[in-house]
Structure formats: C-alpha cells, structure tokens
Unconditional design. Structure first.
Length: 95
C-alpha cells in the first residue's frame, strides 16, 4: 500500500513538472517573436537616417548593386532606421 502511494505521488510530481516545463518553453519561444514584430512595425519614415538609407537603396537598385555603401552608426536605433530605409528603397515597388 505504501509503495503504491509513493508511485502515485511520483507520477503526479512528474506530470506537474512536465506541464510546467512545456508552459515555460512556450512562453520563452513566444517572447522574442513579439519583440521582432515591434521592430518590424517601427515607423522610421521621418528619421533622417531612414531617408539616407532609402536614397542609397534606390541608387543601388538603379545601378544594379547590392548594398554598396556600408554605413555604421553609433546608435543601434539609427542603424535600424538606415537599414529599414535601405531595404525599402532597394525593393522599390516589389512589396
């Protein structure tokens, strides 16, 4: 009788731990995705670095080049704005 009680407790504890592990794994997997969605929906259109990127992208597309200018910015946000503008300028009306 005692062994049966311990076996039930072990199975119960194992089931709770497995459920918790699955829940935590799901939450971790979903977290980075939401931050990426935010980065993609960021509106840089009024940012001067976005405008420079857009101009460089259009120029490279017109001359059949692929990211010929490598610009580096001190701030991460400026780099993201430039790259976003470049991608939009280089893609043109393909979207």
């Amino acid at each position: 009788m005692r062994v049966r009680m311990n076996l039930r407790q072990c199975v119960w504890v194992l089931a709770v731990m497995l459920g918790t592990g699955i829940t935590v794994g799901t939450v971790r997997a979903a977290a980075p995705q939401s931050s990426q969605d935010h980065a993609q929906t960021q509106d840089y259109s009024k940012n001067k670095n976005y405008q420079v990127g857009m101009r460089d992208g259009k120029d490279d597309k017109a001359h059949n080049k692929d990211h010929s200018k490598k610009r580096n910015f001190n701030k991460d946000e400026d780099q993201k704005a430039y790259e976003s503008g470049y991608q939009h300028g280089h893609q043109g009306d393909q979207k």
